[in-house]
Design a protein around this ligand. Structure first.
Ligand code: ATP
Length: 234
């Protein structure tokens, strides 16, 4: 579904990603791991078209993404849940969810989509009319995920969804990811919590200083604590 070849990315003159190769198959959950500053967020932003300077090839569902703006990539079926969530202040939970639908192909079925989202996220259902930014960090993260799913994407890019969130909500969130996986959604997951990531991922890549230094099945990395310690310890 997603194929990245020789991806390079720069911030001004800093060369951050170096010849990154990565693939994600349809229905796969792939984890992208590595220490702080390894380049994980930069990879997701490059896929989404949010960086000024990249080179290499990125294809999604067989189509070239390079040179296409972020909104076009979204329209092609890519959703991105950034680490900072970007919940819109002053809007209710419902209005934030609507933002996910308004530019998507599901626009004509908005009421039905909102109903489905409410069923999938009981925590949000109880709070649909609440000002979204008055919710807890974990609830806001759930909302960011709900807004992304509401657009009906084929693939979801998740950046550190468990970051700073209380354990009970993290468990709820990963149960939800498991359901999405069972429903056949394709996911690229950036996660600091290696145990959580390996619990859901089919395959993993490890980035170190902007380069892919390891790739394997999640099972193989689970059985290799030395590798986890070397590249994934915070
Ligand atoms: P973290 O878990 O800390 O978010 P990461 O693996 O996602 O780590 P990135 O955020 O991709 O890492 O950062 C990779 C490198 O790029 C780091 O050295 C970081 O300082 C640098 N960087 C990130 N954003 C910018 C920016 N806007 N301008 C300049 N350098 C940046």
């Amino acid at each position: 579904m997603l194929k990245i070849e020789k991806l390079n990315a720069w911030y001004a003159s800093s060369h951050i990603l170096q010849d990154v190769d990565l693939t994600v198959g349809q229905g796969e959950v792939v984890a992208l791991l590595g220490r702080n500053g390894a380049g994980k967020t930069t990879t997701l932003k490059s896929i989404m078209g949010l960086l000024d300077r990249t080179s290499g090839s990125i294809t999604f569902k067989g189509q070239n993404l390079i040179g296409r703006p972020a909104h076009a990539r979204f329209a092609q079926g890519l959703a991105y849940v950034p680490e900072e969530r970007r919940i819109v202040s002053g809007l209710s939970v419902l209005e934030n969810i609507r933002l996910g639908i308004v530019a998507s192909p599901l626009k004509a079925r908005e009421a039905e989509v909102i109903d489905q989202i409410a069923q999938t996220f009981p925590r949000l259902k109880e709070r649909l009319n609440q000002n979204a930014v008055t919710m807890s960090g974990g609830e806001q993260q759930m909302l960011a995920i709900a807004r992304a799913i509401a657009a009906g994407p084929d693939m979801i890019l998740l950046d550190e969804p468990s970051e700073g969130i209380m354990p009970i909500l993290v468990d709820e969130m990963f149960e939800l990811f498991n359901t999405l996986k069972q429903d056949g959604k394709t996911i690229l997951l950036v996660e600091q919590n290696v145990e959580l990531a390996l619990g859901i991922a089919d395959r993993v890549y490890i980035l170190d200083q902007g380069e892919i230094v390891y790739t394997s099945t999640a099972r193989a990395l689970l059985d290799d604590p030395a590798m986890q310690e070397r590249y994934c310890a915070v």
